[in-house]
Design a protein around this ligand. Structure first.
Ligand code: EPU
Length: 362
């Protein structure tokens, strides 16, 4: 899941730090001022601040460079407060959930990453409703809902992400999409928690109308009562299908590209028919199991390998099918003003330069 603090740009704002309530610091104010500011914000919001973490340890593709600052709130209130303060200070930030849908470039990332992973709490069931925080594991929620005899999300049981990430992109599989069952979403605005009715959100195919600067904190879902055994049966069926058709245990970010919207076509099937299963670029490979998965292999795998391979697929797809594939994974550039929440290959300008590979953006 991703969200930027700025209205001016998806996920990112001005690079210039600014002390709250005072004049903007000159850009040369240096990282010390900025570091001190981040530390102060973390202290005020009561959240853990970590340095020296890498996207390679925090994303499922296991690639990506160092993170300037990682802030780790543990409650919805803390998360709302921390991004409120970051906004006030005009410090660029992005939100990372389980990191299972993100390709982050190899260089050092110069913005604050707010992790929702610890914003877990408990799933609170009340009749047909369940309220859950953004960092809660989606597969775990599906299992708990099934146990409670609540149906509507059992198709999503194999998606290895957080609830927040699922909401952000309207995750879907095997006939279920999370947006179909959302009653309200809790969003951070101005340092506070605001409830947005699900009906006011546009839930599209792997895309929503949530905007940058909207950190999703949690939601209430309204599910349908059904026999727990039947729900578990459907969940098991989806799991079996997934096991048979998608790589598991591999370092992937799920499907790399969207299916061509409204076409009924499967991107994976078409890449497979182009004979690209098993094609490698450095440490990145088109999965031999499902051709819409790029997996990384070995210690030396780099984000730029995965990106170069993705661009090669897009280039051939364009040539052979006249279709411009849209990224389903999010590409996170290293600079605060690069990379957009919902897949923008410009994010990888730096990577492209460094690697000397890659094509044009979507
Ligand atoms: N197929 C091939 N070769 C391949 C991949 C697929 O021949 O390499 C064939 C399959 O045999 C099947 C058809 O293509 O006949 C469709 O495949 P699949 O059922 O895997 O569906 P998909 O359209 O490729 C979508 C979602 C998946 C989701 C599945 C099941 C997208 C981009 N992908 O895949 O979502 O799990 O349906 O609902 O919408 C994801 O979002 O990350 C993701 C993996």
């Amino acid at each position: 899941m991703t969200s930027f603090a700025s209205a001016a740009h998806k996920e990112v704002m001005s690079e210039e730090p600014q002390t709250s309530g005072s004049q903007p610091q000159p850009q040369t104010a240096g990282s010390q001022t900025r570091d001190a500011l981040v530390e102060e914000i973390a202290r005020r919001a009561g959240v853990r601040a970590e340095r020296g973490r890498r996207f390679a340890e925090l994303t499922s593709l296991r690639v990506g460079g160092e993170i300037d600052w990682l802030l780790v709130p543990e409650t919805e209130e803390q998360a709302a407060a921390v991004v409120g303060l970051l906004e006030e200070a005009e410090l660029p930030w992005r939100v990372l959930g389980a990191g299972s849908n993100v390709l982050a470039d190899d260089r050092e990332h110069r913005y604050v990453v707010v992790s929702t992973r610890e914003v877990k709490g408990r799933a609170e069931f009340d009749g047909e409703r369940v309220s859950v925080s953004a960092g809660f594991s989606l597969p775990r929620l599906c299992v708990e809902a099934a146990r409670q005899g609540l149906s509507g999300i059992e198709g999503l049981g194999g998606i290895p992400g957080t609830v927040g990430g699922a909401l952000w992109m309207n995750a879907g599989a095997y006939g279920h999409e999370i947006g179909q069952v959302v009653e309200t979403v809790r969003v951070a605005r101005g340092g506070r928690i605001v409830e947005v009715p699900g009906g006011e959100v546009q839930w599209d195919y792997r895309h929503t109308s949530f905007k940058e600067g909207e950190l999703l904190l949690g939601c209430t879902l309204r599910l349908k009562p059904d026999d727990p055994e039947k729900i578990k049966g459907r969940m098991e069926e989806a799991k079996q299908k997934r096991f048979a058709t998608q790589p598991h245990g591999a370092r992937s970010a799920g499907c790399f590209f969207k299916n061509p919207p409204g076409s009924g076509l499967s991107t994976g099937k078409m890449i497979d028919e182009m004979g690209m299963k098993g094609v490698k670029k450095g440490g990145a490979v088109v999965s031999p199991v499902h051709a819409n998965f790029i997996v990384t292999e070995g210690e030396g795998a780099q984000a730029r390998d995965a990106y170069a391979l993705a661009e090669e697929i897009r280039e051939r797809f364009r040539r052979e099918h006249g279709i411009e594939l849209e990224y389903e994974v999010e590409l996170w550039g290293a600079e605060p003003n690069q990379g957009e929440a919902k897949g923008d290959a410009e994010a990888f300008v730096g990577t492209k330069g460094a690697a000397g590979t890659g094509g044009e953006k979507q």
